[in-house]
Design a binder for this molecule. Structure first.
Ligand SMILES: Cc1cc2nc3c(=O)[nH]c(=O)nc-3n(C[C@H](O)[C@H](O)[C@H](O)COP(=O)(O)O)c2cc1C
Length: 221
């Protein structure tokens, strides 16, 4: 049966020329390592007005090997890896403790770009995670102080009370520690850059860690 949802879905297009510009991407000119290309693409999509370019899908697996995915924020990227932060006690935190391997995906529609990373994940030292948290907004600290992430919530009133107390705590003590809040670092063994093309000759450039360097390969789209 043709539902309204089906009709709407069929009417939608990606990469509407009114909002998306698909730049040419010559993989022959790509740098030898992925961090430089990630940084360049990130700067370009920020300049092009991409909304929330620092949000990404974080995929983990549970103890049975079943996948799970949610959005988190990118806190940094450097030679040691890409970082994000969450509670070690959350569902994803428990999954990462059992299976310290994850995947990240960024999607930047304003330039028809996707970046995918896979690799082992380690927890940064507690001091680094707390310093990262305290450099962020009062709201970020209040949210972290609220805690109990991924636990069953009894009622919205319960959350409102806990959040109000956490906001007061965060305002009173901007350096308040949140022991479960953890900075995680994904050190990619693979990074793939996808540049959309209007004729669907999308460019997929994959970097795979090999020896001390990176092997670059093109992939069929
Ligand atoms: C735009 C956006 C950004 C988010 N950023 C974070 C984040 O940086 N850290 C985090 O723990 N949760 C973040 N969340 C919430 C997660 O998507 C998720 O709901 C939460 O972490 C619980 O996931 P889990 O039950 O798999 O552990 C964000 C959600 C959205 C929509």
């Amino acid at each position: 049966m043709e539902t309204e949802l089906h009709m709407v879905l069929r009417s939608l297009r990606v990469w509407d020329p009114a909002v998306t510009e698909l730049p040419p991407f010559d993989p022959a000119t790509a740098p030898a390592e992925p961090l430089a290309l990630f940084s360049a693409w990130f700067a370009e999509v920020v300049a092009a007005g991409q909304g929330e370019p620092h949000t990404m899908s974080l995929a983990t697996v549970d103890e049975e090997g079943r996948p799970d995915v949610r959005i988190v924020m990118l806190h940094g990227a450097g030679p040691d890896g890409w970082t994000f932060a969450t509670h070690a006690t959350s569902r994803k935190g428990r999954q990462l403790a059992a299976r310290p391997y994850a995947a990240l995906t960024f999607y930047w529609p304003v330039r028809g770009r996707q970046v995918r990373l896979r690799g082992p994940v380690t927890a940064a030292a507690s001091e680094e995670g707390q310093a990262d948290l305290h450099a962020r907004s009062t709201g970020a600290l209040a949210a972290a102080l609220t805690g109990r992430q991924s636990e069953v919530l009894g009622s919205v009133e319960e959350l409102a009370r806990a959040s109000e107390a956490a906001w007061e705590h965060a305002q009173r003590d901007p350096g308040a520690p949140v022991p479960s809040w953890t900075l995680y670092r994904l050190r990619p063994d693979e990074v793939e850059f996808f540049q959309g093309d209007e004729h669907r000759r999308h460019v997929r450039l994959s970097y795979r860690r090999e020896g001390g360097g990176w092997l670059k390969e093109l992939l069929w789209p």
